[in-house]
Structures are given as structure tokens and as C-alpha cells.
Design a protein around this ligand. Sequence first.
Ligand code: PDD
Length: 284
Amino acid sequence: MTRTVYLNGAWFPETEARVSVFDRGFLFADAIYEVTAVIGGKLIDYYGHAARLQRSLSELGIDCPLSEASLLDVHRDIVRRNQLDEGLIYLQISRGVADRDFAYPANALPTLVLFTQAKPVLNNPRSETGLSIATLPDWRWERRDIKTVQLLYPSMAKMEAMRRGADDAWLVQDGLVTEGSAATAHIVKADGTLVTRGLSNALLHGITRASIIDLARNAGMVVEERAFSVAEAQQAAEAFITSATNFATSVVQIDDFIIGDGKPGPIAGSLRELYTETCLATAI
Ligand code: PDD
């Protein structure tokens, strides 16, 4: 099926949407993005993603081409036009088109693109088996809190993890896990405490992370927001990742260490259930 994509105020069949070779997203990775899950044709955790989008734009001094209300309308419209039941919406805003120059152009109009990807989010087979993770150095830049399209290193890390026989990578700086290649990393201690890295410029401020922490605290769990080492993760009772596209998915192996009994753990499982229940109830 040919998708309908949104580009700068108009709708196109996916094969006909065109962006200039001078777009700063293409030349400088001068662009930010968001990924929002869709289930049953509804948007999951939408307001969190919309708020982080505004934050990323303001950190880079890019104007949002649409009002908040219009942005929501476009999200709803793209779901409807593509009859998307389950999957995700990818949104990207670049600073726009200008002749190549390291200095930001004065009056470029931002380029806004949205497209959909249909895929299983709830019934992702990986949620049954759990993931194996390879740890790799975090060689990204130091503003990982901005959700930019500079995804070459995460992509290289994922490829290296797969070459080592793992599903994905966790990135490590000074012996401490920053996050996954495209997800937040969490562990659960033997006493049931959830440990997740505190927010800083070192990692993306995950929207799913925020919801999971709230749910865990409301369920009476102790949550420690602090960095943890690879060794601590390898000895943890459970480990898992969160993201818009994974919800909460267990990690059952980190490098050569099997986590727990090598099966998805009960606490990650119950957080996944809680998150699914809550986000379906609040989907818009
Ligand atoms: N990635 N950390 C990184 C580096 C990410 O790229 C992502 C999401 C997350 C989780 O954030 P959230 O819970 O808001 O989805 C953490 C998206 C899904 C992607 O790049 O496809």
C-alpha cells in the first residue's frame, strides 16, 4: 500500500514527496524528530511527545511551523488517511532549506514531514522472549537530551550489537549506562527497586520513562533515579527498556551475563501491563 505522507502543509503519495538537497536536515542533521505510537487508531502519550518536540525546537532555535492544535490535527489526519490501526507516526522538523553554510540561515522556513509505519506495538514478539543487549561505548555528542536526527552512531552501535549476536546496544560512558541505542535503559534490584538514570544532557528524556516511573511510584515501588554501571546491570534481578515503540520490553542478557533466569522478569512484565492499560485508557 502506498502511504500518504505530510510535507509542509500538503499531502502526497509517499513516492511523490520531495525535499530539497539543500535542506539542512540532509546537509547538517539540523533537524529534530518525534515518534508517537498508535494503537487502535489512537495516539499514545501524545502530549508528552508534543511537549518534548517544543523543547527540542526551542533548544535549537527552530520555529514550529504549526500551532499545537494544528499539529494534533495533522497527527489525527495522517492516522485516518493511512487507516493506521497499530504502528507509529514519525515526525521530523528541520531548520529548512538554505545554501550550505555552517551559520544558521536568517529566514529559512522549517521543513515539516510526517509519515506512518504500520507495525505490531502491543504484540511485538520480542516482548515474549526478551532482548539480548551488547554494551558499547557511547560515542554520541553531549546534547542527547535534544531529539535530533543525528542517528548515525546509534545506527552503527545497533549494527555492531547485531554483529555480536545481540538484538541491540546499551551505550556506556565512564562505566555507566547512558541509555539504549533508541530506548531508555532500566534495571530492577533484588529488593524490587527500579533504578533508572536521572535526567541530564547525557540522555533523551524518554516520554515512556516518565510514564513508567509515575506508574511504578503509584504502585508503591521504590524508584531510584541514578546512573548504574554495566556490572550492576549484569547482576540485576531484571533489566528492561522503554520507548514509544517498545513500551516496556525485558532484557534477558547483557553481554555474556544472563539476567535473572533468562526469561522476561515479573516486575518489567507488570509495568508493561500497567503502562499498556493506562496508555490505552488515555490515548487520544
Ligand atoms: N527512540 N533514548 C533514545 C536515544 C531514543 O531514541 C528513544 C526513543 C528513547 C525513548 O524515548 P520515548 O520513550 O520518548 O520513545 C530513549 C524512538 C522510539 C526512535 O528513535 O525510533
